[in-house]
Design a protein around this ligand. Sequence first.
Ligand code: MG
Length: 385
Amino acid sequence: MPSLASGSGLAPWAAHDDRSRGRVYPEPPAHPRSEFQRDRDRIIHCGAFRRLMYKTQVFVNHEGDMYRTRLTHSLEVSQIGRSVAVALGLNEHLTEAICLAHDLGHTPFGHAGQEALNDCMRDYGGFEHNLQSLRVVDKLEEKYAGFPGLNLCFETREGILKHCSRRNARELGELGERFLNRQQPGLEAQLANLADEIAYNNHDVDDGLRAGMISIEQLCELEMFNSCYREVVAEYPALVERTVIHETVRCMINHVVSDLIENTRKELDRVSPVSIDDVRQHGRSIAGMSDGVGKAHHELKRFLRRTLYSHERVRRMTDKADRIMRSLFSCYMSHPDLLSERFGTDSEGGGEEIRARAVADYIAGMTDRFALGEYQRLIEPGDDR
Ligand code: MG
């Protein structure tokens, strides 16, 4: 592996503060913080970040206090991302900022909410939660006197925008270019994406078992879970089940994370990028797991889709979320006066498409409980099924 070089402890392929492509509105340096530390701090202090506490990951907030919310999910993503970043000489603060911000644009009620809103917005340019996360940090957060949004660095915004349709990419200027030129983002962004998947795969196993919606027997059909589970039980035969589960999940995360570090190191050796631009111009992602572990990781993902995410209890929530989102959308479209003042102002004087975008921004920013409250207040008073 090439040396990590530079006094900053960062590898040449990392994002370096002093070589950042900068902010849309130039600002004086962030001393004593680095630019990416400042980005992270702005994300933590923004309202959309606090609202993640009451947004569904898989389980709706009122199902219990022990389940992951979108906020604790984001913290777990960040924890995994930072560990790997440090091991690879990458910029820990940038990785942390991207991980903490990656779900800021997520709707209430998890994927069901996102799908419903996308469908409602079909005639108005659609709704993508990645793009919405970018919209939150670029525009919707109104906190600073000198600029709209959080005015984050290019590299942080690049990492937040994980996917993007070509149509939307064309409207995003230099940030959208990589989707049109089929280029990669920096390694910190590649890593944040993988940390997201590793975090939810594993914490959903934990939450699913806790809820009794998946079983250890089912999970033991998966090679990775089975080998970790056997290892834990053989070493600690007297452990209570809850601790066995915790140790098994811990073992799986360690396994996948170690493989990700090792395999990415090998790939870095092979490609030998000398800058973040080399990483961007490489034909495919440099960060990744080995084929074997990648396969096991995807097998777990497919298993969760088949069992947990389509479990009857989750589906009931999904149906309800769908109804709430659609009802709220059409209610605000017909009565824009019901939007909160600032979204109402956004929608004034424009056509239907502008109003729809203001409605989508408003609904996407809601927490589960606020959306539920609005539904009960505006649409079906007394209906809390
Ligand atoms: Mg996520």
